[in-house]
Design a protein around this ligand. Structure first.
Ligand code: PLP
Length: 449
């Protein structure tokens, strides 16, 4: 990091990051010519790597035809075609797509649609949303209130709506008791969710909101078998909706288009974003079931929400091209195959590592969790800022990964998230694990001495 004057309000006010000036497949190129492997796709965004020629061509073509038309007046070819691709076959009953500019907007729209649906059904008392601790749903105030990411919420707590409450995450490594089977753990989590419905009044709950695979907050946490079936059943019993946030875990990242396909349930509303456009344009979407939209069509006739850049033609054209490439190049199968390789290589490298307590994930979405003591599963002292040190060390060696802190409870715990592009080769997977192993060991050596 070089100290320079910049008028951009960067994430850190103390340092200006180097400029990225190019991209080449899974590599990002910095202004000094350094090539960095984008092994986390930024934040699980870059599914096709950088500068994919078919996506670039699609954006150029759309730019030359029409950049923008307001959705109060016009629809556009790319928006119509993208909606067909996503929900034309009504996966899990999801039949309509609402295109926004990112994940937080997709979550905000999901929350508001759920609320409006119940008003139009004549159930205006449904105004509570239940979500989970150790989750992230975005940084706008509604999405932040829904999220259970303690450190992100803390400064804004007085502004966050009390409509949202939180239950325990399905976080096997930290939340499952040693004496419990997976089934008993699921039953305990289900009982806790049921108790929360009862505490609020079951007919006052609009929806339960969760990430099928928890991303940045806890590090690629998959739920135990049967968990999502259990929460779906509770929502159904009480007439509440299930909203799944697949902003990070969706659009192929876990090896199926939707992460929920591997859970045996489908949501009523779903948020997607990162892998939808792969970073080529800012885009997210809310997918909604036919039942919900039909109810609103028969009632007020309009979803009372909106943004200036809804269904932006360039964003939709880019996402359409990204989704075409994923399908035509058979990249879901590649995610599954490379995912198995990544799991195997991580297990070989870190399975017996004294400071790696857990290796978890699915598809090309994996994390290692760092612990001071493996047997007791105790995290490192947060003051060490281990995750930040690993990020810097990895970057210096040409590896971009996504370490995070507060893994256990929002304060304690460190993990490193990997989400390489779907086009990553077998050799590149090996390189990623080698570089990560070296970065982790170098940092731990310095801490231990
Ligand atoms: N939901 C989840 C699960 C996310 O991982 C994120 C971003 O990391 C968001 C929502 C918010 O998306 P955005 O940063 O595009 O607003």
């Amino acid at each position: 990091m070089t100290a320079r004057t910049s008028r951009v309000l960067h994430r850190s006010l103390r340092e200006t990051p180097p400029k990225a000036i190019g991209g080449d497949g899974i590599y990002l190129i910095a202004e000094d010519g350094r090539r960095v492997i984008d092994a986390s796709g930024g934040a699980a965004v870059s599914c096709l790597g950088h500068q994919h020629p078919r996506v670039i061509a699609a954006i150029a073509k759309q730019t030359s035809q029409l950049a923008y038309a307001h959705t109060a007046f016009f629809s556009s070819e790319p928006a119509e075609a993208l909606a067909e691709v996503l929900v034309g076959h009504e996966p899990g009953g999801l039949a309509y797509a609402y295109f926004v500019s990112g994940g937080s907007e997709a979550v905000e729209a999901s929350i508001k649609l759920a609320r409006q649906y119940f008003i139009e059904r004549g159930e205006p008392q449904r105004q509570h949303f239940i979500a989970r601790r150790q989750s992230y749903h975005g940084n706008t105030l509604g999405a932040l209130a829904a999220g259970g990411n303690a450190w992100r919420r803390a400064p804004y707590a007085p502004l966050l709506s009390s409509a949202f409450s939180h239950v325990s995450p399905a976080f096997t490594y930290h939340e499952k008791h040693e004496s419990e089977t997976d089934a008993q753990f699921v039953a305990r989590l289900a009982a806790e969710l049921e108790a929360e419905f009862q505490r609020l009044g079951p007919d006052t709950v609009a929806a339960f909101l969760a990430e099928p695979v928890v991303g940045a907050t806890a590090g690629a946490v998959t739920a135990p078998e049967g968990y999502f079936k259990a929460v779906r059943a509770i929502c159904d019993r009480h007439g509440a909706l299930l909203i799944l946030d697949e902003v990070m875990s969706g659009m192929g990242r876990t090896g199926t288009t939707h992460a929920w396909e591997q859970e045996g349930v489908a949501p009523d509303i779903q948020a997607i974003a990162k892998g939808l456009g792969g970073g080529y344009q800012p885009i997210g979407a809310m997918l909604a079931s036919k039942r919900i939209i039909d109810t609103i069509r028969a009632g007020s006739g309009a979803f009372q929400h909106g943004h200036t850049y809804l269904a932006h033609p360039l964003a939709c054209a880019a996402a359409l091209a990204v989704q075409d490439v994923i399908r035509e190049d058979g990249l879901l199968a590649q995610v599954r195959e490379r995912g198995r390789q990544l799991e195997q290589r991580l297990t070989e490298r870190f399975g017996n590592h004294r400071h790696v307590g857990d290796i978890r994930g699915r598809g090309l979405f994996w994390a290692i969790e760092l612990v001071a003591d493996r047997a007791a599963r105790t995290p490192f002292d947060p003051a060490l800022k281990l995750h930040q040190k690993i990020k810097a060390e990895a970057l210096a060696s040409g590896l971009g990964c996504y370490p995070g802190g507060g893994t256990v409870d929002g304060v304690r715990g460190d993990h490193v998230l990997l989400a390489p592009p779907y086009i990553t080769s077998a050799q590149e997977i090996d390189l990623i694990v080698d570089k990560l192993g070296a970065a982790v060991d170098n940092v731990l050596d310095n801490i231990n001495h």
